[in-house]
Design a protein around this ligand. Structure first.
Ligand code: HEC
Length: 171
């Protein structure tokens, strides 16, 4: 059962060569990794729903910024609540949609989605309490959610995130 170092080395490099060939063959295909974009795995119906949700989230995020700049607590509260309530998983998904989503979405994606909507809820609360500082804090957390999910799960839609540092650097 003893293998000489030479033999072991040879076996190793053979395995490495096979590995490299496999890697090259699959490099252009989406590899099964946590950072795989979710979009192509969604059913057309779910992709459409996600896209609509994202466009409305973007609209709300802009209005929240307007509200923050103007000290308009009720604008911030209303729009943040809207993001919170738009939770794709809590909306009127059919049983089939839910199954399809569970098949496509990784646990990491679902976790980020959950945290994102939770942050929106906390932002709405901070606005209801007219707490400016906390609103700024949760707004920045919200933007962080957009970036971290897009950079991990939507690099097909936002290719400029590919190869980017997960944490933003300041200039
Ligand atoms: C949990 C993950 C996640 C979070 C959080 C998230 N997004 Fe997205 N977003 C996606 C995915 C995935 C796509 C690509 C969907 C596709 O393949 O069409 C996307 C796409 C988009 C698009 C493009 C929509 C289109 O069809 O043109 C916009 C705009 C967008 N997101 C805005 C936002 C904003 C603004 C935030 C934060 C306030 C945010 N997203 C937070 C996952 C997320």
């Amino acid at each position: 059962m003893k293998t000489t170092n030479i033999k072991r080395l040879a076996a190793c490099s053979a395995a490495a060569a096979v590995g490299a060939a496999f890697f090259m063959a699959t490099a252009t295909q989406p590899v099964h990794a946590a950072a795989e974009p979710i979009g192509p795995k969604l059913t057309p119906r779910l992709k459409q729903m996600l896209s609509e949700e994202m466009l409305s989230v973007k609209q709300s995020a802009k209005m929240i910024l307007d509200g923050l700049l103007a000290g308009d607590h009720s604008m911030v509260a209303t729009q943040a609540q809207q993001i919170h309530d738009s939770f794709i998983l809590e909306r009127s998904l059919t049983e089939q949609d839910k199954k399809d989503l569970m098949k496509a979405a990784s646990p990491e994606f679902l976790k980020l989605d959950g945290e994102f909507h939770q942050t929106a809820g906390k932002l709405a609360q901070a606005a209801q309490h007219k707490d400016y500082e906390l609103q700024r804090f949760y707004y920045s957390r919200l933007v962080e959610s957009c970036q971290s999910c897009h950079s991990q799960h939507a690099t097909d839609r936002f290719p400029t995130f590919s190869g980017a540092q997960p944490e933003g650097h300041t200039h």
